[in-house]
Design a protein around this ligand. Structure first.
Ligand code: ZN
Length: 170
């Protein structure tokens, strides 16, 4: 088991559009396993590859309730092919520490991509799963959830981060 470092805002890798994956090689399998381990340890319910410094289109997630057995999912090159409805849920992000905010997204999404073996996979998500899928796929497009909140809230958050970074420099 290897636990990877999670990149934090404003790390530029988080704002970069991730590249599609073409080779399903051994190193990809290792990365998938490491990302799953990292997600559980954090703990989080989703992780995109660029959050661990790899700008490639790969997400892992598990929205299983804590009292049930773990059931991790992997999607390579995920794409939202259908979206409907609207919901607002509170979101947080392992790359945006100590910050939570309501985010309005589609209530139901259909996502297509490949599983860990490279076979086509289709996942239909509602509720929290719909939000997690959209949040993680946003990461692959270089978009953090703080880009989907009000400009005022975002400005306040960015100010807080600048202050913290300045303090660390001193
Ligand atoms: Zn996130």
């Amino acid at each position: 088991m290897a636990v990877l470092d999670i990149c934090k805002y404003p790390d530029p890798v988080l704002l970069q559009k991730a590249e599609p994956i073409k080779d399903m090689d051994v190193s990809l399998q290792r990365l998938i396993q490491d990302m799953i381990d990292t997600m559980y340890l954090a703990p989080g319910i989703g992780l995109a590859a660029n959050q661990v410094g790899r700008p490639i289109r790969l997400i892992v997630f598990d929205v299983t309730p804590k009292d049930q057995d773990r059931n991790p999912s992997v999607i390579i090159n995920p794409e939202i092919v259908e979206a409907e409805g609207e919901q607002t849920l509170e979101e947080g992000c392992l790359s945006v520490p100590d910050y939570y905010s309501d985010v309005k997204r589609s209530a139901k999404v259909l996502v297509r991509g490949l599983d860990a073996e490279g076979k086509p996979v289709e996942i239909c998500g509602e509720g929290i799963l719909a939000t997690v899928l959209q949040h993680e796929i946003d990461h692959l497009d270089g978009v953090l959830f703080i880009e989907r909140i009000s400009a005022l809230k975002r400005a306040l958050y960015k100010k807080r981060v600048q202050k913290k970074l300045k303090k660390q420099e001193e």
